[in-house]
Design a protein around this ligand. Structure first.
Ligand SMILES: [Zn+2]
Ligand SMILES: [Zn+2]
Length: 222
């Protein structure tokens, strides 16, 4: 068995964290990418050019074992972080990370608690348009410059990971202005989640309504 290199510093995963997010937080401590961390701990050269977001759906057993050993974490504790363990079909998750929203109030809470920002698994569900905890819309746009695109983990001088807008270099936060609480919608997402879990007629009706509502217009946009 090949020797696994140990990482000197590796943050513990949070119970409700997305697996790919944890990989990025670990890599962030070394100012590099998860691919490069994996190459280093496995002793392989040149990186393996793997799509780390696919690990949320199809975690490779050997790779998960490698990360668990290098970070001194139990493998089952990493297996739990993948979306595969949610018992829902892959189609019930937003597959493109660029289209997964985040809750800036949750991030402000992370900062107040002195921990890293981290992405919650529940935010990847197709019905998750709101943060269930704060009742505000999940955001894929930067509230500062209004540009979209994947937010980026960066290390602060205090040694904690924060998500930044890669365009205007500001931390993702709700402190600039108050978000509107969308109380009515808070009740809808759990109903859709329940229908996805059960399947059947209710899910068919929701799928039909969704196809109608997101039907492209002549301009090409839903
Ligand atoms: Zn929240
Ligand atoms: Zn921005």
């Amino acid at each position: 068995m090949r020797q696994v290199r140990l990482l000197a510093v590796a943050p513990r995963p949070f119970d409700d964290e997305l697996l790919s997010c944890w990989h990025w937080r670990v890599a962030n401590h070394y100012s590099t990418s998860p691919q490069q961390v994996e190459s280093w701990i496995s002793g392989s050269r040149g990186g393996q050019n793997q799509n780390f977001f696919s690990c949320d759906f199809h975690p490779d057993r050997d790779r998960t074992r490698l990360w668990a050993l290098a970070c001194r974490i139990r493998k089952p504790d990493l297996d739990r972080l993948s979306l595969q363990s949610a018992g829902r079909p892959k189609s019930s998750f937003v597959s493109d990370p660029m289209n997964r929203g985040v809750c800036p109030v949750c991030f402000d809470g992370d900062a107040e608690e002195g921990r890293d920002h981290y992405c919650r698994r529940s935010w990847a569900c197709v019905e998750a348009v709101l943060c269930p905890r704060h009742g505000i819309g999940l955001e894929i746009y930067c509230a500062g410059c209004f540009r979209s695109g994947l937010f980026q983990f960066r290390q602060t001088p205090a040694g904690v990971a924060r998500l930044f807008c890669r365009h205007c270099d500001t931390v993702v936060s709700a402190r600039r202005f108050q978000r509107r609480r969308q109380a009515d919608l808070v009740h809808v997402a759990p109903l859709i989640g329940e229908a996805i879990g059960k399947g059947g007629l209710e899910l068919d009706r929701i799928a039909t309504a969704s196809r109608f509502l997101w039907l492209p217009t002549r301009e090409g946009m839903p």
